[in-house]
Write a protein that binds this ligand. Structure first.
Ligand SMILES: CC(C)(COP(=O)(O)OP(=O)(O)OC[C@H]1O[C@@H](n2cnc3c(N)ncnc32)[C@H](O)[C@@H]1OP(=O)(O)O)[C@@H](O)C(=O)NCCC(=O)NCCS
Length: 176
């Protein structure tokens, strides 16, 4: 397995990552607390329209020198991480982890953790103090970030919140 920078033409291949997931519980954010509730979703692939909506945003991110890395198994893209280059937050010291996905069959083997750690080290090199994550609210995803040390964002980004109001907005303090 190889992890390397993606070329611009490979950004469209992000949608070849197998997004399938059976979700039984999701988190909601109520009065500063995370609350788990039963909610069944059989996610078979990317939501309709997602590649059209987010593809141009990811290309824009690439064009302004964002970090786009893919994990490959025998030439097949099986996971990816995209880190924004544009600083956000009151102190303009946060970078958004814009995309982190691992293909279904490759989950639970440490790849997500490696891609997350790569995002942390790249963000640190760029001088960021925190990562900002608008996380899919599924139990598995949010627990993954909480176990990495992410916490509820205390400086929720209005634009990112408007884009994904159901997401759980998290921050990760980058160790110096
Ligand atoms: C959330 C997601 C990115 C996590 O990726 P992943 O590759 O499954 O995560 P990992 O395997 O690194 O971590 C999961 C656990 O497996 C553990 N693990 C299992 N086998 C392991 C191994 N051989 N080596 C290292 N870690 C292993 C990890 O330590 C980790 O446990 P921890 O969190 O308690 O430390 C992935 O599940 C995913 O793509 N989900 C669906 C899409 C999604 O929601 N993406 C995020 C959008 S915001």
């Amino acid at each position: 397995m190889e992890i390397r920078e993606l070329e611009r033409a490979e950004i469209q291949d992000l949608w070849s990552i197998d997004r399938a997931e059976v979700i039984e519980r999701i988190y909601t954010h109520r009065d500063g607390e995370l609350v788990l509730q039963d909610q069944h979703h059989d996610v078979r692939g990317w939501p309709p329209g997602e590649p059209d909506q987010y593809g141009p945003l990811l290309l824009d991110c690439f064009d302004r020198d964002g970090t786009c890395c893919g994990a490959f198994d025998g030439g097949r893209l099986i996971g990816a991480m995209v880190l924004e280059s544009r600083f956000i937050g009151r102190a303009k010291d946060r970078l958004q982890l814009k995309f982190l996905h691992v293909s279904r069959r490759y989950r639970g083997a440490g790849l997500g953790r490696r891609l997350f750690e790569l995002a942390v080290s790249r963000a640190r090199e760029r001088g960021a103090r925190r990562l900002y994550i608008s996380a899919t609210p599924s139990e598995n995803t949010v627990n993954f970030y909480l176990r990495r040390g992410c916490r509820l964002a205390d400086d929720v980004d209005a634009d990112l919140f408007a884009l994904e109001p159901e997401d759980i907005h998290l921050e990760f303090e980058i160790p110096i």
